[in-house]
Design a protein around this ligand. Structure first.
Ligand SMILES: [Zn+2]
Ligand SMILES: [Zn+2]
Length: 110
């Protein structure tokens, strides 16, 4: 009976060892595929795109002929997207920034 128990525990240890070694080798394989942040890139600007999004409107007052008028002004955001390409790893990245806030009407800022 003791021998059987010993064999059983040896078997369990063996199975565990195989499982652990497979898990660690799988981790190592996936580690190889992900480029690390310290890796050198050769980012080159490949394209620039502008997109204008209407984000809202507001009312503003102005005076004409001693009369107070109200007009609606539309606000748009001009978004600039720059696409970069790295020829070492054959991948791209893009950055989008708010390039300009555009008011449709010319008015005093208040
Ligand atoms: Zn790269
Ligand atoms: Zn405005």
């Amino acid at each position: 009976m003791r021998l059987i128990r010993l064999l059983q525990s040896l078997f369990i240890i063996g199975v565990l060892f195989i499982v652990i070694s497979q898990v660690t080798s799988a981790e190592q394989k996936s580690m190889e595929r992900i480029p690390t942040s310290t890796e050198e890139h050769n980012w080159k600007q490949s394209s620039v795109n502008y997109e204008t999004l209407e984000v809202g409107e507001h009312k503003y007052n102005y005076w004409k002929n001693f009369m107070k008028h109200t007009r609606t002004c539309h606000i748009s955001h001009r978004m600039k997207t720059v696409v970069y390409y790295c020829d070492i790893h054959n991948h791209t990245k893009s950055e989008t920034i708010l390039d300009e806030v555009i008011h449709s009407e010319r008015h005093r800022k208040d």
